[in-house]
Ligand binder design. Structure first.
Ligand code: ZN
Ligand code: ZN
Ligand code: FE
Length: 761
C-alpha cells in the first residue's frame, strides 16, 4: 500500500428526487474529483452511496453533494454513518437494487434544458431540429413511466432501440446523457407524422406543414408531453373564434404559449416574479396582468385583466414557435370538460370535428397530465392547478402515517392522493367527476399511482357527500374507509401544507361542501386540527332556489338574498335585474323561495359572490365554474378606491353561529339606487365581506386564545379578497397559514383527507 493516509468509509442514504435526474452520474463525477472510491446505487427509498477515502475529502464531497445538486434533484433527507473499510477498484455506479414496498420517487416531466436547446438549433449537431431531444437534466419522466424502477424497459421508450451513438452516450458516466432513459436521436428515436381527417398526409417536414397550417388560421391538434393541445394562432381573431365555436367553449379564457419572455412582455405587465415562474423547469401557465391594447385576438380572453401564458417546454414547441409566432393558443385537446386526449387514435376520433390537422408522434403517453396553472400574489406564488411539472413531487407530512392511505378527493377539480410513511403523493389534476370519461381517468390514475409508487393502501379516505362519485368509488372498495367533512379536509389540508399539527382558526370559504348536519356549507369558521374540529361561525344559511340550478344561474341566488331583505316587493330590487330576468320569471322563482320548494339551505360564500355579481348586472348566468365571482372581482379591480363601507362589525359578545350579510346586501342595493359605479360597489363589497370575517376571526381568537388563522377554499383564488384579508390579518398580528404547495381549491382536498384519516387512524 502506497497510500498511508488513514481512510474512512461512509454509507450515505439520500431520500428525495434523486432518480432520473442525473444524480448518480453527478455523484460519480464528484467522487472522481475527490479521489474517492466506493459505489452509488438507486434503492427503493432513493440513493445510497458507499464512499471511502481521506476524511477531509469525504467532508468536502458531502458538502459539494448538497450544494451543487443537478438542477432537478431535491434532497429530502441525507444521513450518513461510518462503516468498515472495504477494498474497491475505483468508484462504480452499481445496478439498481429492487425490493418490495418501494417508494421511489420518479421525477416530474422537465422542460428542455439550455444545453439541449443549443444543440436543437445547431446545424452541426447530430440532433439538429430533432423534436425529441433530451438529456438527464430534461425531458419526459412521469408521463412515460409504466413501472418501477425508472429504467428504459419500464417506460414508453422501450419501443425504441438505442443506435450506437446514443448507446455510447447512455453508457458513458461522463456524458450528459448517461442513463437518460428517453435518450434518442433522428436515427433511433420517436418521430412525427401529420394527418388530416381523411388520413395520413405525405410530407418530409411535418413541422413546416404544421406552421403553414397555423399561419393560414387553421386548427391543429398537437400531441405533446402529457396529452394533446388544440393550437391556433392567438393573434388571428377568426381562427380563435372558430376554435371556440367548434370546441363549444364560449367564454372561459384560453391559455397561450409564447416563444420567449420578450414576446410575453409585449402582451403583459411582466413582473420579475412572473418571469421566475415562467422560466421554472415546471413551465406552468402563469396568469399575468395583461396590457390594454395588444395584438392578441379579442376572443382569447373576455372581461379579464389576466392572460394565461406559458413558455415552450418541449423541443417540438420551440421548433414550432421560434421565428414563426408571437403567441399560440394551447388549450387542452378535449371536448368541453372531458379529460385531455393522449392516444393518437383517441384524439383523431374525439377531436375530428374540431381540428383541421393532427400533428402526431409515436412515443406513447402513459399518464395524461394537463398543464399546471400558477399565479403570483403579494404573499407568494399560488398554485391554481397542480399537474405537469409538479406531479409526482411528494408533500411531506410532519408525522408518518401508520398504514398506507388512499384519499379520493372531492367532485370538482378532483385529485387523489396516496400516502405512505411521511410522504403524500398527490395526483395530477383529474378534473370534474361528472362524466364517465373523467371517472375512468380517476380510476386509471389510482391504479397508476399504486403501481408506480408501489403503495397498497390499507385505508381509504373520502368526502362526506354521499352523491360524490369519488365517495361512491371509495365505499365500493374492500377497505376500511373514513369519511371526512369537506371543510374539515380543507382546514387539515392547509395545516398539512404548512407542516403544522397545532390547532388553528380555519377560515374556509368555498362554493359547496356537504356539512356534518346534512346542509350545504361553504362559508365556515372552524376551530380545530387534523384530528377534530368544531364549527364556530358561518354565513347565515340562505336558500338555493332550484338546488344546483342556482350554481349555474347566479340570478337565482340574487333573488334569494333580495327576498330575504325585501320579501316579494320587486320595486325594491335592483331594476337592471328585474328588466333582464323579467317579472314573470322572477315571480315564479319568488314562489319557489317562499314555499321552500327544492331550495336547500346553504352557508356558501361562493354563492354570496354569485348573488352580488348578478345584482350588479355583471353576470346573470355562469358559463363556466365561478365565472360570476371572477367577473365580480375583475369589476372590483377597476375601482381605484379601496374602502369598506361598514367599519368593522363589533362583537362584544361571544360570537358563535350565523353571520348575517344583510347590511352588505343592503349597501349593494342602495348604492345601485344612488347610481354609484358598479366597479366601486363591487370593490366595497369585497372589503366589507373581508372585514366581516376578520371580526369573526378576532372574536374566535379572544375566546380560544388561538392565534393562527388557516385559509383554504376556492374563494381565496379571488386575489383582491385574498390579498386584502391576508394583509389585514397580518396587521392584526395573526399567524396566517396559506396554501403553498397545493391549490386552495378542491384540488388540495385529498391531502386534507389523508391528514384527517391519519390523525384518526
Ligand atoms: Zn437537456
Ligand atoms: Zn440514436
Ligand atoms: Fe371546497
Amino acid at each position: 500500500m502506497n497510500d498511508i493516509r488513514p481512510s474512512t468509509r461512509w454509507r450515505i442514504e439520500i431520500n428525495g428526487i434523486v432518480q432520473g435526474v442525473g444524480f448518480r452520474p453527478f455523484v460519480f463525477r464528484l467522487a472522481g474529483e475527490h479521489s474517492l472510491v466506493g459505489k452509488v446505487e438507486n434503492n427503493p427509498e432513493g440513493v445510497s452511496i458507499e464512499i471511502q477515502g481521506a476524511p477531509e475529502q469525504l467532508v468536502a464531497f458531502l458538502k459539494q453533494l448538497k450544494e451543487e445538486l443537478p438542477p432537478q434533484a431535491m434532497i429530502d433527507s441525507c444521513e450518513y454513518h461510518e462503516i468498515p473499510l472495504q477494498s474497491d477498484n475505483g468508484f462504480i455506479i452499481s445496478k439498481s437494487s429492487h425490493t418490495q414496498n418501494a417508494t421511489t420517487l420518479i421525477s416530474p416531466d422537465i422542460a428542455t434544458c439550455p444545453d439541449c436547446l443549443k444543440e436543437l438549433f445547431d446545424p452541426k449537431d447530430r440532433r439538429y431540429k430533432y423534436p425529441f431531444i433530451n438529456c438527464t437534466n430534461c425531458g419526459p419522466r412521469y408521463t412515460i413511466v409504466e413501472n418501477l424502477p425508472y429504467d428504459r424497459p419500464f417506460t414508453s421508450m422501450k419501443e425504441f432501440d438505442l443506435c450506437t451513438a446514443c448507446r455510447q452516450e447512455y453508457e458513458d458516466p461522463s456524458d450528459r446523457r448517461f442513463h437518460a432513459q428517453p435518450n434518442a436521436c433522428h436515427k433511433c428515436g420517436p418521430s412525427l407524422s401529420v394527418c388530416d381527417n381523411s388520413g395520413r398526409v405525405q410530407t418530409d417536414d411535418p413541422i413546416a406543414l404544421t406552421v403553414e397550417a397555423l399561419v393560414q388560421g387553421r386548427i391543429v391538434a398537437m400531441r405533446g408531453l402529457g396529452g394533446f393541445h388544440l393550437v391556433v394562432d392567438a393573434t388571428n381573431e377568426q381562427a380563435v373564434s372558430e376554435l371556440r365555436r367548434r370546441k363549444r367553449r364560449f367564454e372561459k379564457p384560453l391559455a397561450m404559449m409564447a416563444p420567449d419572455l420578450d414576446a410575453i412582455h409585449d402582451f403583459c405587465h411582466l413582473a420579475k416574479e412572473d418571469e421566475k415562474l415562467l422560466l421554472d423547469f415546471k413551465r406552468p401557465i402563469v396568469l399575468i396582468r395583461r396590457r390594454e391594447k395588444t395584438q392578441i385576438a379579442p376572443s382569447v380572453v373576455y372581461d379579464n385583466h389576466y392572460f394565461g401564458f406559458m413558455l415552450p417546454y418541449t423541443p417540438l414547441h420551440h421548433l414550432i414557435l421560434r421565428d414563426n409566432f408571437k403567441a399560440l393558443i394551447m388549450t387542452s385537446g378535449n371536448v368541453s370538460e372531458e379529460p385531455i386526449c393522449i392516444d393518437n387514435r383517441e384524439a383523431m376520433e374525439h377531436l375530428r370535428d374540431i381540428a383541421d390537422l393532427f400533428l402526431l408522434h409515436n412515443r406513447e403517453i402513459l399518464q395524461r397530465c394537463d398543464d399546471s396553472i400558477v399565479r403570483n400574489s403579494s404573499s407568494g406564488p399560488q398554485i391554481i392547478r397542480r399537474a405537469r411539472g409538479y406531479v409526482p413531487f411528494p408533500i411531506y407530512l410532519n408525522k408518518k402515517v401508520k398504514a398506507p392511505i388512499l384519499a379520493c378527493g372531492g367532485e370538482l377539480k378532483n385529485t387523489v392522493a396516496l400516502a405512505a410513511g411521511k410522504r403524500v403523493f398527490l395526483s395530477q389534476h383529474i378534473g370534474d367527476l361528472d362524466n364517465p370519461t373523467a371517472m375512468s381517468f380517476f380510476e386509471e390514475t389510482v391504479k397508476h399511482l399504486k403501481k408506480t409508487l408501489e403503495i397498497e393502501p390499507e385505508l381509504i379516505a373520502c368526502d362526506l357527500h354521499p352523491e360524490y362519485l369519488s365517495t361512491k368509488y371509495a365505499l365500493r372498495q374492500p377497505l376500511p374507509f373514513y369519511q371526512v367533512q369537506h371543510h374539515h379536509a380543507h382546514l387539515a389540508s392547509v395545516l398539512a401544507d404548512n407542516k403544522s399539527g397545532d390547532r388553528a382558526i380555519g377560515l374556509i370559504l368555498d362554493g359547496t361542501g356537504y356539512g356534518s348536519d346534512g346542509t350545504i356549507w361553504g362559508g365556515e369558521l372552524l376551530i380545530g386540527n387534523a384530528r377534530e374540529f368544531e364549527r364556530y361561525a358561518w354565513l347565515e344559511p340562505t336558500k338555493m332556489p332550484g338546488g344546483t340550478a342556482a350554481i349555474k344561474q347566479p340570478w337565482r341566488m340574487a333573488l334569494s338574498y333580495l327576498h330575504k331583505l325585501y320579501s316579494s316587493d320587486i320595486s325594491q330590487y335592483p331594476q337592471n335585474l328585474v328588466r333582464e330576468i323579467g317579472t314573470e320569471k322572477i315571480e315564479q322563482l319568488l314562489l319557489v323561495i317562499s314555499k321552500s320548494i327544492n331550495s336547500p339551505l346553504t352557508s356558501s360564500c361562493g354563492r354570496l359572490f354569485d348573488a352580488v355579481s348578478a345584482m350588479l348586472g355583471i353576470c346573470y348566468e355562469a358559463n363556466y365554474e365561478a365565472q360570476a365571482a371572477i367577473l365580480l372581482e375583475m369589476a372590483a379591480h377597476g375601482s381605484s378606491e379601496l374602502t369598506s363601507h361598514h367599519q368593522e362589525y363589533r362583537h362584544n359578545h361571544k360570537l358563535v353561529g350565523a353571520l348575517s350579510v344583510d347590511k352588505l346586501i343592503e349597501d349593494v342595493v342602495q348604492s345601485l339606487n344612488r347610481a354609484e359605479s358598479v366597479d366601486k360597489i363591487a370593490s366595497r363589497f369585497h372589503l366589507s365581506l373581508a372585514n366581516l370575517w376578520i371580526s369573526a376571526v378576532k372574536a374566535a381568537r379572544v375566546e380560544t386564545g388561538i392565534n393562527s388563522v388557516a385559509l383554504s377554499g376556492g374563494v381565496f383564488q379571488n386575489l383582491l379578497f385574498f390579498e386584502y384579508l391576508f394583509r389585514r390579518l397580518n396587521e392584526e398580528d395573526f399567524e396566517v397559514l396559506i396554501h403553498r404547495q397545493l391549490p386552495t381549491n378542491d384540488g388540495g382536498l385529498a391531502l386534507g383527507q389523508i391528514a384527517v384519516a391519519a390523525a384518526n387512524q
